[in-house]
Ligand binder design. Structure first.
Ligand code: ADP
Ligand code: ASP
Ligand code: MG
Length: 411
């Protein structure tokens, strides 16, 4: 019999009825003889509601207090699920992050897991209990409550699976697997039977929120078998594979990810001399602003335009820093645009195929979509475009790369 760590997301525990449906499901696995550790999110909308309450009081609350606040959402669901299981005659025991001792660093609101104590959970499992753990939260070495960043319950699930050496970590959510792109945007999106860790990591970091990036990183690092499945219907879901199965012919592109959270800034007319990039980006990073895509052009008059993207929330502070830098460098002006989006195609098949970029650019040109920036790595190509064309671009690329349901040849 197997040990499964099963994570149920916000929608899957979004009401009493849904919590009861999860309890039925867990009871079913238990009756088959499996050991089950459940990780739950807060009920859908709850984390946002709590953040909203905080923002009503303070625009920039202390991160430690934010963690005390937002971690309460998951504490509600662990207790309710244990009650629903008890009602079905299944003995279950709830654990908060600090009761397990999910030890993290002290980076409030984005803490990283450092260690997990498994002994008490193991004892409870041996006595036949279902263990129900609050996702998203941990505790630092001073006993402070910490949280793992939005979507962090996925990471709790994978980290527990690694620590307990579970047979599989199952992420139950409101879609029945990982799709070629967000099925809420492209109707013809297709569920993938499997996707490699490498590809999933790119998809997650390029904006596909179906799995938190750190969860995928963790699963890759500790070789945790990871599967994304639906809470609402039976099916095989999508397996995130460690090794690429060479026998299966892979499509060139496995998926399309997109991200509306970015903004673009350009310092125009910067003298084209050594050290300029560092003099522009140094002050930006000292403000803890992460930079994503960077493009630099050389103009005929020996000046350059230096453009980069940041998270949209950082747009105003980045602009402030740049205005200062531009003055120091004698640059002409700083211009920005926060209505941009990034669309990326991802696939390990790209390594062995030429012409992928030009096919992507042709498909966008056919729709008259202007590409503002381009960035590539071995297995992905990203373009920055105007946000208003995002959905059109994703659909156009989805069909250009023959990913629509009807184009399906094999998987
Ligand atoms: P949960 O609350 O269960 O953690 P999330 O909302 O975090 O669920 O993640 C599931 C959502 O991810 C889906 O509803 C879907 O809209 C979105 N999504 C984005 N990209 C993809 C993709 N490539 N495949 C499947 N779902 C995706
Ligand atoms: N409740 C947290 C969030 O909404 C964590 C999670 O659901 O994974 O981000
Ligand atoms: Mg999620």
């Amino acid at each position: 019999m197997a040990l499964y760590v099963q994570k149920y997301g916000g929608t899957s525990v979004g009401s009493v009825e849904r919590i009861e449906a999860v309890a039925d499901k867990v009871q079913g696995f238990k009756q088959q003889g499996h050991d089950i550790v459940v990780v739950v999110s807060a009920m859908s909308g709850e984390t946002n509601r709590l953040i909203g309450l905080a923002k009503d009081i303070q625009s920039n609350p202390n991160p430690r207090e934010m963690d005390v606040l937002v971690s309460t959402g998951e504490q509600v669901t662990i207790a309710l699920l244990c009650m629903a299981l008890a009602e079905r005659g299944v003995s279950a025991k709830s654990y908060t992050g600090s009761q397990v001792k999910i030890l993290t660093d002290s980076a409030h609101t984005k803490a990283r897991i450092q260690d997990i104590e498994v002994s008490s959970m193991q004892k409870d499992l041996e006595s036949g209990n279902v263990i129900v753990v609050a996702g998203f939260q941990g505790v630092d070495d001073q006993g402070n409550i910490t949280t793992l960043g939005r979507g962090g319950s996925d990471t709790t699930g994978v980290a527990l699976a690694a620590a307990l050496k579970a047979d599989e970590c199952q992420i139950y959510t409101d879609v029945d697997g990982v799709y070629t792109t967000d099925p809420r945007v492209v109707e013809g999106a297709r569920r993938l039977e499997q996707i490699t860790f490498e590809e999933m990591l790119e998809m997650a970091s390029l904006g596909s929120k179906v799995l938190q990036i750190r969860a995928v990183e963790f699963a890759g690092k500790y070789k945790v078998p990871l599967r994304v499945l639906s809470s609402f219907q039976d099916g095989p879901g999508t397996l995130i594979t460690i090794e690429d199965d060479a026998a299966v012919e892979k499509p060139i592109i496995s998926g399309i990810a997109f991200n509306r959270d970015e903004a673009k800034l350009t310092v125009m007319g910067v003298p084209d001399v050594p050290g300029v990039a560092s003099r522009i980006l140094g002050p930006v990073s000292r403000e803890n602003i992460e930079v994503d895509v960077i493009v630099q052009n050389v103009a005929a008059d020996n000046t350059t335009d230096f453009t980069f993207t940041v998270h949209r929330n950082d747009y105003d502070s980045a602009e402030k820093v740049l205005n200062q830098v531009a003055e120091e460098l004698g640059a002409r002006e700083v211009v920005g645009d926060n209505k941009i989006a990034k669309v990326s195609i991802v696939g390990v098949g790209m390594r062995s195929h030429a012409g992928v970029a030009s096919k992507m650019f042709d498909a966008l040109a056919d729709e008259n979509i202007n590409i503002q920036m381009i960035s590539t790595s071995e297995i992905k190509i990203s373009v920055v475009i105007a946000e208003k064309y995002l959905e059109l671009a994703v659909r156009a690329l989805h069909s250009a790369f023959d990913m629509d349901v009807n184009d399906s040849v094999s998987e």
